[in-house]
Design a binder for this molecule. Structure first.
Ligand code: 5GP
Ligand code: ZN
Length: 134
């Protein structure tokens, strides 16, 4: 399969490894939002969250927690963002599931996406009827 992240896992493309275990690899993003921006990926290829098994998601969550702690302690930052672009419409460019862990410091100038505005009238109830899991 012609997947750049699978090639990184296989060692065919070099990377700066932050963390590795049986299930997960974490490495520096080549084009960081902030220095220390790390990608956490499953070693078995899956495209996105819906394709991932519960076991994969569990191991990714545990690795994210380790990487986040290491980023805070190692870089002396106060926090970090964890994001995942699920699907090309959401900004996913590499079709191998990956979580971004982005170090954050007060005044670093990064802006998250803007709010759309409060729900009006019955909008929240209408949306809830469509997405509520029973
Ligand atoms: P996406 O938009 O798919 O959520 O994010 C893909 C990320 O992968 C981007 O932040 C991009 O900088 C990173 N990336 C793309 N190619 C490479 C690569 O060859 N090596 C590394 N380390 N990161 C990459
Ligand atoms: Zn892959």
């Amino acid at each position: 399969m012609d997947c750049i992240f699978c090639k990184i896992i296989a060692g065919q493309i070099p990377s700066h490894k932050v963390y590795e275990d049986d299930q997960v690899l974490a490495f520096l993003d080549i084009n960081p939002v902030n220095h220390g921006h790390t990608l956490v990926i499953p070693k078995s290829h899956v495209g996105d969250i819906e394709e991932a098994t519960g076991e994969q998601l569990s191991s990714l969550a545990l690795a994210i927690k380790k990487v986040g702690r290491s980023i805070k302690e190692g870089l002396g930052v106060e926090g970090y963002n964890v994001t995942e672009n699920n699907g090309s419409v959401a900004g996913q460019i590499i079709p191998h599931l990956h979580f971004h862990v982005i170090p954050r410091q007060a005044g670093d100038g990064l802006k998250l996406w803007p709010p759309r505005g409060n729900y009006q009238g019955t909008e929240a109830e209408d949306i809830l009827q469509k997405i509520k899991i029973n």
